[in-house]
Design a binder for this molecule. Structure first.
Ligand code: PA5
Length: 455
């Protein structure tokens, strides 16, 4: 099994030309800068603050996840994860990357009798109603995921799901349709679970939402749908080992963080695009967006992550990447063609615009599009990184997710911000509670503003 490889050539001279960083700095000043950041991360790790690094070795927790997946998963036709932000995006990312495409539309046989998997995050009434109206609730398990056990969106969706379920099943059966993933000791979900005997999985107190993909928050939905959780954790473990050393050029997460940080603070390249060339990795870009944004955007600092998808965005955002302001770095993710190679038939051989395509595969076309875009950006002096994933499977996705998480804490140390907190999210949460009348929470004054400026 191979770990993903980070190719940084196109951030550097001579490959990128004058816009590139001087590679000698990777063995000099940038190596020193990283060494200092590494030391700060190590100090926090020694204090037990960076819990996600321990998840790949948390044998007991993953055993409990697998046991609960085995006992629950195939009893139900549908699993609905209810969770928002870090409590939902990891499950979506793993589902889209690792389950067969159009999973929920497949028959039970095609799914090997594993359940369909939905994730409800946004309390948009039309999405919620259309999902809940369409599911046979008597055959549905709700996995409510909330570290705090108090996020308004998640709590409201839980209440809606519970009330709908109570209309369909006997009162004494309601609790068997829930699994709560939450803090081991605190919060409303924990109290409800204890009072009613609802099954639970514990989120380690030192693992924050956006670093929880390898905790029960991400692992249980994956295990319940038949993903090889051991392989996922093995990939994460192997990558964590690669990314713990202080030598910059032997540490892909360190190199990723150091180059993107330098591009931002030295060259004004503050927009960091993540562009996988695989539909199955589209959600990876959304998961990374939250990780990078919520971890690093604070104290007037922080890059702006921008998700993109190859090849589709070549016909959308790439014009901006090529000729817009010099404020971006594009991170390509290349996945090797899987079993679904799909040959392109040699039809219309006499037609110039079509004939050359015959004999290739769709996977080869996608890869050629990526390589062509990389080269076009290079010629325009636009830097990029490429993460070569190899096979897209549980091992490589576990490894890649660990690389990004470790890179994020290194980037936090480089920017001089705390990548583990999110104080900027709290005020909005509190004001929303106030607007809905929660005791002790301030509601913003209604109707402030000059009517002339409403047109
Ligand atoms: O990454 C984070 O910490 C946040 O995005 C949280 O995951 C999100 O706010 C949901 O919080 P909770 O799990 O407490 O419901």
């Amino acid at each position: 099994m191979k770990l993903p490889v980070l190719d940084a050539n196109l951030m550097l001279r001579p490959a990128l030309g004058e816009s590139g960083l001087d590679p000698a700095r990777l063995e000099g000043e940038l190596a020193e800068r990283f060494r200092a950041a590494h030391a700060r991360v190590e100090a926090r790790r020694a204090e037990g603050e960076i819990g996600f690094l321990d998840l790949p070795r948390a044998v007991q927790a993953s055993r409990r996840v697998q046991e609960l997946a085995d006992s629950f998963g195939q009893l139900f036709e549908n699993v609905v994860v209810v969770g928002i932000g870090g409590s939902g995006l990891g499950a979506v990312m793993l589902r889209d990357a690792l389950l067969a495409p159009r999973w929920n539309e497949r028959t039970a046989e095609e799914r090997d009798h594993f359940p369909r998997l939905y994730v409800l995050d946004n309390p948009d009434p039309s999405t919620v109603s259309s999902l809940l109206d369409g599911l046979e609730l008597g055959r549905t398990l709700f996995n409510v995921v909330s570290k705090s056990g108090s996020t308004a969106e998640t709590m409201a969706l839980y209440l809606v799901a519970r009330e709908r379920l109570a209309r369909r099943v006997e009162p004494e059966q309601v609790r068997a349709h829930f699994l709560f993933t939450t803090d081991p000791d605190r919060g409303a979900l924990r109290r409800i679970a204890e009072a009613e005997g609802i099954a639970t999985l514990a989120l380690p107190p030192n693992v924050g939402g956006r670093y929880s993909v390898l905790s029960p928050a991400g692992l249980w939905p994956a295990a319940a749908t038949g993903v090889d959780v051991d392989a996922l954790l093995a990939g994460a473990r192997a990558m964590a080992e690669r990314c713990m050393g202080e030598a910059l050029l032997a540490n892909p997460a360190g190199l990723f963080a150091t180059l993107l940080h330098a591009a931002d603070v030295e060259q004004g390249r503050s927009v960091h695009v993540l562009m996988p060339y695989s539909d199955r990795l589209r959600s990876l870009a959304l998961w990374f967006q939250q990780l990078w944004a919520e971890s690093l955007g604070k104290e007037l600092k922080g890059p702006t992550p921008l998700p993109a998808l190859g090849a589709s965005d070549q016909h959308s955002q790439v014009q901006l990447f090529m000729e817009g302001p010099h404020d971006k770095v594009v991170v390509f993710v290349a996945a090797a063609e899987g079993g679904e190679g799909v040959p392109i038939p040699s039809l219309h051989g006499e037609t110039e615009e079509l004939g050359y395509l015959g004999g290739h595969t769709l996977g080869a076309l996608l890869d050629a599009e990526r390589r062509a875009t990389t080269e076009a950006l290079r010629r325009a002096g636009r830097p990029s990184l490429t993460l070569e994933l190899g096979r897209l499977d549980a091992y490589s996705v576990g490894a890649l997710s660990m690389l990004f998480q470790i890179a994020t804490v290194y980037a936090g140390a480089l920017y001089g911000v705390d990548p583990l907190d999110q104080p900027g999210v709290e005020l909005g949460k509190r004001l929303a509670c106030g607007l809905l009348g929660r005791a002790g929470f301030e509601a913003p004054a209604a109707g402030n503003g000059d009517p002339r400026w409403r047109v």
